[in-house]
Write a protein that binds this ligand. Structure first.
Ligand SMILES: NC(=O)c1ccc[n+]([C@@H]2O[C@H](COP(=O)([O-])OP(=O)(O)OC[C@H]3O[C@@H](n4cnc5c(N)ncnc54)[C@H](OP(=O)(O)O)[C@@H]3O)[C@@H](O)[C@H]2O)c1
Length: 267
């Protein structure tokens, strides 16, 4: 199967981020079709030659890869709308939708190669962490999907049962990390920096901390040990944060999100 057009059905927060990432990775704009009902909100992409339409069936007919990025309650009516246009020899269907299983999608679409992916909004900058799950045994197709998302950040193949956990850690994780960043940055203002400079120092410091882990196999605590002088200022601050429940708050927050996801999926 030739690499043809990519259709993104649902150009909202994530769908638009995927379009931005594709463009940043030099995927040609004229090979991207993006849909939503309020198409005027996608006008910005026109200058990049991206095809914008509200017609999901038209988008599917033009494309080989179809990425679904609508809300969970919208996916089944969308699948019913496009199912007659999806051909096993032409299409791969890729869902970003939280809490909807491959089996549930397959019950509507029939015999179509189906993938579930869980990226995050950093996909706009080709810095996503994308978890991928599928039952597809066709290695060529699998390679194409991995190759596509590798260009948009890092990818990992997981069992579908871990998709809920991937949603919380990877997708919600962006919000958790940014709230952490906001808090640190506000602390920076209290100790003397202007808001802008405090944010800049905080963001680059967090990026540096991430790189220290991503570019080594070190455990975070090994890198922390290098910064904490006995009786020093770093360990005093860290221990105070732990006394106030820092790690515990983060872990409890993650588990709360995970439990909420479980409750919503059962509805
Ligand atoms: N946001 C994230 O960080 C993230 C990360 C990973 C996965 N996800 C998953 O990605 C999906 C989308 O999330 P989101 O945050 O991007 O939501 P969102 O901003 O609400 O985007 C969904 C978009 O779908 C469009 N839409 C709804 N019905 C449609 C239809 N029948 N045909 C075409 N477009 C339609 C809506 O636009 P109109 O109203 O104009 O049609 C809306 O812009 C969700 O299932 C979510 O679980 C999100």
């Amino acid at each position: 199967m030739e690499q043809g057009k990519i259709a993104i059905l649902g150009g909202g927060n994530l769908g638009s981020s995927i379009v931005k990432g594709l463009l940043k990775s030099n995927f040609p704009g004229e090979k991207i079709i993006v849909t939503r009902r309020r198409t005027h909100l996608l006008e910005n992409f026109k200058k990049e030659k991206v095809i914008i339409t509200e017609d999901n069936c038209y988008a599917v007919k033009q494309a080989n890869m179809v990425i679904i990025a609508v809300k969970p309650h919208q996916i089944f009516s969308l699948l019913s709308e496009i199912k007659d246009q999806i051909k096993p020899e032409q299409h791969i269907l890729i869902s970003t939708v939280t809490g909807v299983s491959i089996k549930e999608m397959g019950d509507v679409t029939g015999n179509i190669p189906l993938y579930r992916v869980m990226p995050n909004t950093a996909i706009a900058l080709c810095e996503s962490m994308t978890c991928i799950a599928s039952m597809d045994t066709n290695q060529e197709r699998k390679g194409k999907i991995i190759g596509l998302f590798d260009k948009l950040g890092k990818t990992v193949i997981i069992n579908e049962e871990l998709m809920g956990a991937a949603t919380v850690l990877g997708a919600c994780g962006i919000a958790f990390a940014l709230r952490f960043m906001r808090a640190v940055s506000q602390g920076g203002i209290e100790i003397g920096f202007g808001a802008e400079l405090s944010q800049q120092i905080t963001a680059q410091t967090i990026k540096g901390a991430s790189s220290l882990i991503l570019e080594s196999d070190n455990h975070p605590e090994q890198e922390i040990d290098k910064v904490t002088t006995p009786m020093g200022i770093t360990i005093s601050g860290l221990n105070e944060m732990e006394h106030q429940g820092f790690s515990s708050a983060l872990i409890k927050g993650l588990i709360t999100s995970y439990n909420k996801l479980g409750m919503l999926s059962k509805k």
